[in-house]
Design a protein around this ligand. Sequence first.
Ligand SMILES: NC(=O)c1ccc[n+]([C@@H]2O[C@H](COP(=O)([O-])OP(=O)(O)OC[C@H]3O[C@@H](n4cnc5c(N)ncnc54)[C@H](OP(=O)(O)O)[C@@H]3O)[C@@H](O)[C@H]2O)c1
Length: 264
Amino acid sequence: MLDERGIEYVACGSKELDITNRAQVQAKFTELKPEAVFHCAAYTAVDKAEDEAKDLNWQVNEQGTKNIANAAQQFGATLIYISTDYVFDGTSEGEYQVAAPTNPKNEYRKAKLAGEEAVKSIMDKYYIIRTSWVFGEYRKNFVYTMLRLAKTHDHLTVVDDQVGRPTWTRTLAKFMLYAIDHQIPYGTYQLSNDDSCTWYEFAREILKNENVEVSPVTSAEYPQKAYRPRHSIMSLNKVKATGFEVPTWQEALGRFMDEVGEDK
Ligand SMILES: NC(=O)c1ccc[n+]([C@@H]2O[C@H](COP(=O)([O-])OP(=O)(O)OC[C@H]3O[C@@H](n4cnc5c(N)ncnc54)[C@H](OP(=O)(O)O)[C@@H]3O)[C@@H](O)[C@H]2O)c1
């Protein structure tokens, strides 16, 4: 999207910049003097963060975020930090407003919330953007996994008792740029595609043109180490109040499939 807009940028993976290394972060900011920093890096292996990678989870998600926030503040940059619906416990029947009480239920969630708190306490010019169920062109995600499995299976079972909001990376990226372009008030926002679904309903929509049967199962039939929320719907009111138009997840998925989905 930055390419499309002709905006100059430098993109760093962990090899170019290890955010846990404070000296490296300082050196990179000294070299680049960025006006805006999109901080999307995170340790995201939710189950491993429970035990074998507990320390790494905290080093990246809390300390790494502190390093980025300190440097961004020092250099006067605006920071956009990507956070998660996982700061909530996912037990509310309604929508989580931005200011609703947080209650992170596992190590990954706790460290991501600590990242949010670091950004708030260190930065003046920041946007924290919480998102959920992300899919897009690059890297592994649920849409690609379903399309890949459909090529080798006649029948798939998918969890039907966890409700959330899918988010197309293009919608998210668009809002990240929108926040800066429109100089919306600094603070915390929640952005996913509109409407909601279960993983099963999401899978059905992804696979509607594939020759595969999809059946619902309960979470109890598919146990995972780290806690997963049953009903994790974040309110989009604050984002909508900025004038940003949020497509439904069905519209976003349709456009994504038109762009790249069929090739995968
Ligand atoms: N995926 C979702 O459904 C979802 C939902 C809510 C929020 N989020 C948030 O969205 C953001 C992106 O998540 P994702 O799903 O794209 O995760 P991902 O695929 O695991 O990507 C994580 C990125 O972080 C980088 N990274 C990890 N450790 C690093 C370090 N020490 N220094 C620098 N970079 C490091 C990785 O770089 P390398 O590839 O070079 O290792 C990778 O580019 C995260 O903040 C995540 O918490 C994601």
